[in-house]
Design a protein around this ligand. Structure first.
Ligand code: ZN
Length: 198
């Protein structure tokens, strides 16, 4: 990329470092940005910086939000006795899109993966157990159906069962290795309704 000036090269490299953006896409995005009016570019970069500075974890469910409590946890109409455990905020968004789930969530921010050296202490498990000391009737485990997701589900059910709280797992029907965010709403609802006792 020696034929590009240093600034252009740096821009391409930065974009290229984002997930899912290959060199070609990075170049396309870089030239798109360079052709935008300056004020639009400023707006874009301000939005990125603002989001990064203002967004934090919800005190209750640990989803990414801009308040101490996310809109779901602060909604009195939501059933706080049912907690759905998901791997990340994108999975929560996928279930919210169905508009059928009335409970609350717990976002782990990852899954247990012995292969990648990610243990139970590396995800928000301790925080979940703290929440379960309160008035909770059911924990729905909605981690992905990947090896990591299943390992996490198994670990969680072993941990929660002794507390006497009902533990369920969303139905498989969700393709193996499938990320929840790519699954359509009907499939997600079916998975939720067909959940089984662990
Ligand atoms: Zn929350």
């Amino acid at each position: 990329m020696d034929y590009y000036s240093v600034q252009i090269r740096e821009l391409i490299e930065q974009l290229n470092s984002l997930p899912g953006i290959g060199t070609k896409s990075a170049q396309r995005l870089a030239f798109h940005i360079l052709n935008l009016p300056e004020e639009n570019v400023k707006k874009l970069s301000d939005t990125i910086v603002n989001a990064r500075t203002k967004v934090r974890y919800c005190r209750e469910c640990f989803t990414l939000t801009d308040n101490e409590l996310c809109p779901i946890c602060s909604n009195p109409a939501r059933d706080k006795k049912t907690i759905m455990v998901v791997e990340d905020t994108k999975d929560l968004a996928a279930y919210e899109k169905t508009q059928k789930y009335q409970g609350v969530y717990h976002v782990l921010h990852g899954a247990i993966s012995p292969m990648l050296g990610i243990g139970p202490e590396d995800i928000r498990l301790k925080e979940l157990m703290t929440r379960l000391a309160g008035d909770v009737e059911e924990v729905i485990i909605a981690t992905n159906s990947s090896l990591e997701g299943e390992t996490t589900a198994m670990y969680l059910s072993k941990l929660i069962k002794p507390t006497g709280i009902r533990v369920t797992r969303i139905a498989s029907g969700v393709p193996v290795g499938g990320d929840l965010e790519y699954i359509d709403e009907v499939t997600l609802l079916r998975a939720l309704e067909g959940r089984t006792e662990l």
